[in-house]
Design a protein around this ligand. Structure first.
Ligand code: NAD
Length: 420
């Protein structure tokens, strides 16, 4: 079977590789010249365990080809970005221009009965919009399906194969064809539904996570006003057999959980009140924590902080929508100097080494719980810095060890050490 994939990013490239490994003839279409040049040299433009080796093999066998132009194929799979519209006011609105541009490319090569699959995370109705767009370009006999992507960066190659997939077509024939396509390389269950339901499933999953994290962050804000520790409150509450509260943190980032709920809000602005408030709570968390820390620092005459970790989550080199950056920006606006270190980013213009960040610091903040920070020996760190206060909103460090080495640990949702 021939497959044409539009967009060779975090999703499209691993999907192309997995499909090629499964025996499909894959043609990847990528508009970024830089990424195409990288791929032409046989290098993966993204970091993902196992991807480089698998890519090399697929390029060598010729099962994967890359170009700026589409080609004829039985299946066209769209994995382009779905960001927000720029410069909007009010609630963020999805920007489907990349999806429709991929549609323009498909229209140049499509033949009747080709299957078009949209994998980009999209607002409800996006598959229909893509179909109408292509019909407007004279393609009126194509089949359309939506299939959300749920892989975890760091485990993408395994999860692309093992995760269950939800597949929905605009017609029963499209659903059937799409299910058949995914069965080529998915060992998990392939669950059939309608396109509209499949679109909702992805948004429902990530919004569920966002709302639950917002609750944990709000609970921490409430607890910090009382002599309790939110971590203990949550641990004990979770002993209830039907309660599973998540951990609070520095906020929510990344290109999925902090973005996708807005797609639901945009589709039902009158109804989506809880979802909107949860998004705002999570977006407001870094600023709230920065204000709290800045007040404490000023009361002690401190003005220099070291922020360790700016990725949106541990052990990834991705700082899209990172709450740690929002936290650093808020601290800076409150006249605290912040030296930022994150060894997972190579050649980042705003970063310094961990030791350089610590050298001038009066307070240390853990912005992302990378393994490399967890592995720091607090006794060594004590020799690199005068700072003895550590704010650990991500609860990443071994607090007992750091306390024994002479550090005072500040936590979220807790008053200990925060007296100004
Ligand atoms: N990354 C994840 O973990 C993840 C998980 C689930 C869903 N998603 C969703 O998958 C979609 C893609 O995400 P990503 O992380 O792979 O994005 P990405 O930015 O890494 O990759 C998208 C690629 O598409 C290319 N592109 C843009 N327009 C194009 C066009 N018209 N033709 C060909 N190529 C084009 C871009 O140059 C880029 O290389 C998004 O909707 C995202 O929300 C991502």
């Amino acid at each position: 079977m021939d497959l044409c994939i539009y967009g060779l990013g975090y999703i499209g490239l691993p999907t192309a590789v997995v499909c090629a490994e499964a025996g499909l003839h894959v043609h990847g279409v990528e508009i970024s010249e830089t990424k195409r040049a990288c791929l032409a040299e046989g290098s993966s433009p993204i970091e993902e365990p196992g991807l480089q080796e698998a890519l090399t093999a697929c390029l060598q066998t010729g099962r994967l080809k890359v170009s700026a132009q589409p080609t004829q194929a039985a299946v066209h799979l769209v994995a382009v970005p779905t960001p927000f519209q720029a410069g909007g006011r009010g609630d963020p609105q999805p920007d489907l221009s990349y999806v429709l541009a991929a549609g323009d490319a498909i229209a140049t090569v499509a033949r009747p009965h080709d299957l078009v699959i949209l994998e980009s995370t999209s607002p409800p109705g996006a598959t229909e919009k893509l179909a109408k767009h292509l019909q407007g370009l004279g393609c009126d006999q194509l089949l359309y399906a939506y299939c959300p992507e749920r892989v975890l960066p760091g485990h993408i190659l395994r999860e692309l194969v093992e995760n269950d997939r939800v597949v929905g077509g605009l017609s029963p024939e499209a659903t059937e064809r799409a299910v058949e396509f995914y069965r080529h390389f998915v060992s998990g269950e392939v669950l059939a539904t309608t396109a509209r339901t499949a679109e909702y499933v992805k948004l429902a999953e990530n919004t569920f996570r966002d709302i639950n994290i917002a609750y944990a962050n709000e609970l921490a804000m409430i607890c910090e006003r009382d002599p309790v520790d939110v971590a203990e409150v949550i641990t004990l509450a979770n002993r209830h057999p039907r309660v599973q509260i998540l951990n609070p943190g520095i906020g929510v980032g990344g290109h999925c959980i902090s973005v996708d709920p807005w797609f639901l809000v945009s589709s039902a602005p009158q109804q989506a009140e809880v979802i909107r408030q949860a998004r705002r709570r999570n977006d407001g968390t870094p600023v709230h924590l920065a204000k709290r820390l800045a007040a404490l620092m000023k009361a002690r005459g401190f003005s220099q902080a070291a922020l360790l970790g700016v990725a949106y989550k541990p052990d990834v080199d991705d700082d899209r929508e990172s709450p740690a950056w929002h936290f650093a920006t808020a601290l800076t606006k409150l006249e605290i100097n912040v030296a930022v270190a994150d060894p997972l980013f190579v050649d980042h213009p705003h970063l310094v080494s961990t030791q350089a960040a610590l050298a001038q610091a009066e307070v240390i903040i853990v912005g992302a719980g990378h393994s490399v920070f967890k592995a720091l020996e607090p006794e060594h760190v004590a020799g690199w810095t005068q700072a003895r206060l550590v704010f650990d909103p991500t609860a990443s460090l071994d607090h007992q060890r750091w306390s024994e080495a002479g550090f005072h640990i500040l936590k979220v949702g807790n008053q200990t050490g925060w007296d100004v």
